[in-house]
Design a protein around this ligand. Structure first.
Ligand SMILES: [Zn+2]
Length: 381
């Protein structure tokens, strides 16, 4: 006996891939999407869920998280992500070649959330971040260790991560970035580079990035490396996006500056993916992906533009579209978010303490992961 068919009725379906909206019902059965039709008749034994007044979207994809449970930074994605419509998280280098097995056993194999890792060029992964950076000892950035781990786990690992900034590597050479570049080329996966305080300049990093590679923390307020200021975009940024570099938000503890983000938006530039960089130390400020999405609504970005940046675009960047992540298709994996856009006056605070107001926000209503309703907040106001 299989599980009952679940039918989400009366919602407004947002298709971020085709950039369309339509009222439609969605039936889910056995972990896949069984039907999408304007008026789906329910059959005996179906579980019908009324989602009228809500948006039905692909399960959200958070492009930058730290979910290595048991490691100092790690948060449990089933608690920090799944209740907020997030069905897939990209882990941004919490593990490296020497502790990927621990990440698999503590998290990837055990949680409901779909966890897809970028492997850190440093074999020890991201450190606690409080004491020292994972690249202060350059020997840990071992190309063979990183590449052979990808060789063993190529069906799970979706990219290579490097944090090329002084807080992580100290003063010094671009060597970690170059090593990560070489491994990414060798294993044919995208490279994600974190933008932080110099000495690695934006220009030096962009020179290493190819179409499909990701620059995360793109709204950082570090003066040397901010990508926009005073209503103007830094030179070369638009060109980099046009040639296919993916700009990711990665809000985190210190990487979301409202003035930078507002300057980007007002100059016509939108980050490609909106993500939290949620971890043990950023959780309080970040809260959850819906909150970060709401900040972009407050900055004047449209609802559908925000949704595309937490569904289709990150799934594309992480190479997950073929598995059905980031899109709603009959026969594809039944990962679905139901969200409500509510009118609500909110004062947000960015990582530098600047405040800004929003008039609308995203509320998570329902999360379906692999065909199962794993969070239902219809009663929560
Ligand atoms: Zn991070």
């Amino acid at each position: 006996m299989g599980a009952a068919r679940v039918v989400l009725q009366g919602g407004e379906l947002v298709d971020p891939e085709r950039r369309t909206r339509a009222r439609a019902d969605v039936a889910v059965s056995g972990g896949t999407i069984a039907a999408i039709e304007p008026n789906l008749p329910t059959e005996h034994g179906d579980v019908a869920i009324d989602v009228a007044g809500s948006l039905v979207t692909p399960g959200l994809v958070d492009m930058h998280t730290h979910v290595f449970i048991g490691q100092d930074l790690g948060v449990d994605p089933d608690d920090a992500c799944l209740p907020y419509g997030v069905t897939t998280v990209v882990d941004a280098g919490s593990s490296g070649g020497h502790n990927f097995g621990a990440f698999q056993r503590s998290t990837i194999e055990r949680v409901r959330t779909n966890v897809r890792p970028f492997l850190n060029i440093s074999s020890i992964g991201t450190t606690s971040i409080l004491l020292s950076g994972e690249l202060k000892t350059l020997a840990y950035a071992d190309e063979d260790t990183c590449a052979s781990c990808v060789g063993e786990h190529g069906d799970e690992i979706v990219g290579i991560k490097v944090r090329a900034s002084w807080d992580v590597q100290g003063e010094g050479s671009p060597e970690p970035l170059l090593r990560a570049r070489r491994v990414a080329d060798k294993v044919s996966l995208p490279l994600m580079v974190h933008l932080g305080p110099a000495p690695s300049t934006t220009e030096e990093i962009l020179a290493q990035l190819r179409p499909g590679d990701i620059l995360t923390h793109c709204c950082t307020g570090f003066p040397d490396n901010r990508l926009a200021h005073d209503g103007r975009l830094r030179d070369g940024i638009l060109e980099a996006q046009r040639r296919g570099v993916v700009f990711d938000v990665g809000h985190g503890m210190s990487a979301f500056d409202a003035e930078v983000a507002a300057s980007m938006v007002s100059s016509g530039f939108l980050p490609d993916t909106i993500s939290t960089d949620v971890h043990a130390y950023s959780l309080e400020g970040v809260r959850d992906l819906c909150t970060v999405m709401s900040k972009f609504l407050a900055l004047g970005v449209g609802v559908d533009d925000v949704i595309r940046r937490v569904t289709y675009s990150p799934a594309l960047a992480a190479g997950l579209l073929d598995s059905g992540v980031g899109r709603l298709r009959v026969g594809g994996v039944a990962d679905i978010a139901v969200l409500r856009v509510v009118e609500r006056r909110t004062t947000f605070v960015d990582c530098s303490g600047n405040m800004f107001d929003g008039t609308h926000g995203f509320d998570p209503v329902l999360t379906v992961r692999d065909g199962v309703v794993v969070s239902d907040r219809r009663g929560v106001t």
